[in-house]
Design a protein around this ligand. Structure first.
Ligand code: UDP
Length: 371
């Protein structure tokens, strides 16, 4: 039963964007109603405690940022541990450190010094003769040469995105550092860690003082309650909001196969990437390692990427040219949609990391409250 018939804000989606906005609006004396289709808060950052292990139900979420304000902001709601993401890549029987660094190069080519690694890469790049990389394949080849590309990038990327590397935008691969030091830290950011106790308690704190309705579909709800709020913050799929009137934007989805195993340590690291095309999954996550867990059992998740279709969860916007153009058209409709703010990965069709979502939500708060 709702406490009111009229709220200042109806916030659609109890993920990070919606929850930060709800928290800030509530702190400014606004009445917020947050609804979510799912049966839990947190969106894709949701973690579930299974026998003491915080399981990242919608894939690994490692918080990293170089924005001091965002870092201070999120630290109000949780204590972060000193986890550093250092994935291992498996290609057949070979094991490599990620991201691409001196450990990777020395294992691949037997080189020892940065100069030797640079020379090896330069030699491979020169043979290729790419001057102006136009897609992910050319970008990757012209950064690391063909050995690294073939073993660590091509198969993984084609599984992850379900598209040929020549049909993907170059920026996706630029997310990964390339360095000539023996440093396996996946991120270049200043601050990094995992919230002790998982992400769900952060969201619960953010939503304190708001009303939350779960298992509630926006479209049914707004039809039944058209005057429920003065404004709406919508964090669902932007094309769905407009009833796909201009056509479907494409998304990538992931299917997780999660199991609890009766061993205390399955793979010795939180993230193992399976980079060969023949292995059907992209990653195995062993959740306990995010919090240095010492439980007697372990929980692992295999990630199988697949194309989004209605009825399953969208995860990644596919920011290629065709979808980019279509999004621009939806964004125009969104601009003319008075009283509705679109935010988050799905509302803005953007490959946002968590820190960028918080940054964007705080920016919208400033605009909304004219601060
Ligand atoms: N990637 C790769 N090999 C790997 C890991 C990542 O080629 O072992 C590429 C792949 O194209 C992927 C992109 O780098 O989509 C970004 O990876 P990231 O780990 O940032 O993806 P996310 O964690 O967002 O799924």
């Amino acid at each position: 039963m709702l406490k009111s018939r009229n709220y200042d804000f109806l916030i659609v989606g109890a993920g990070l964007f919606g929850s930060v906005f709800a928290h800030e609006a509530t702190a400014r004396g606004k009445r917020c109603l947050v609804i979510d289709r799912r049966n839990h808060i947190g969106g894709n950052v949701y973690t579930e405690n299974i026998h003491g292990i915080n399981v990242h139900k919608y894939g690994a979420h490692i918080f990293h940022t170089s924005n001091r304000n965002v870092w201070s902001y999120i630290n109000q709601f949780a204590e972060f541990n000193n986890f550093i993401n250092s994935p291992i890549a498996v290609y057949g029987n070979e094991i490599y450190n990620m991201p691409f660094n001196m450990n990777t190069f020395s294992k691949m080519w037997g080189v020892r010094t940065p100069a030797e690694a640079r020379a090896k890469i330069a030699e491979q790049i020169e043979e290729l003769g790419i001057t102006n990389p136009a897609n992910l394949e050319e970008q990757a080849l012209s950064l690391v040469g063909h050995d690294v590309y073939e073993k660590l990038i091509k198969g993984y990327t084609e599984k992850q995105w379900g598209r040929d590397c020549r049909d993907l935008p170059a920026f996706i691969i630029k997310r990964l550092p390339l360095r000539f030091t023996y440093d396996n830290n996946y991120f270049n950011d200043k601050f990094q860690g995992i919230p002790v106790g998982g992400y769900t308690p952060i969201i619960a704190k953010l939503l304190k003082g708001c009303e939350v309705l779960l298992n509630t579909d926006y479209f049914d709800f707004i039809t039944a309650n058209p005057k429920i709020s003065n404004k709406i913050v919508y964090t669902g799929m932007i094309d769905e909001y407009f009833n796909f009137c201009l056509g479907h934007l494409q998304y990538r989805s992931v299917r997780f196969e999660t199991e609890e195993l009766d061993v205390d340590n399955y793979q010795g690291n939180a993230v193992f990437n399976y980079t060969a095309r023949e292995v059907p999954f992209t990653r195995i996550i062993e959740h306990k390692h995010f919090e240095f867990g010492t439980q007697p059992t372990t929980v692992i998740s295999r990630e199988y990427p697949l194309e989004w279709k209605p009825g399953i969860e969208p995860y990644y916007p596919i920011n290629d040219e065709q979808n980019g153009k279509l999004y621009v058209e939806y964004a125009k409709l969104a601009q003319n949609e008075k009283g509705v703010i679109f935010g988050g990965r799905l509302g803005q069709y953007k490959y946002y990391d968590m820190d960028k979502v918080i940054e964007a939500a705080l920016c919208v708060v400033k605009q909304e409250f004219k601060e």
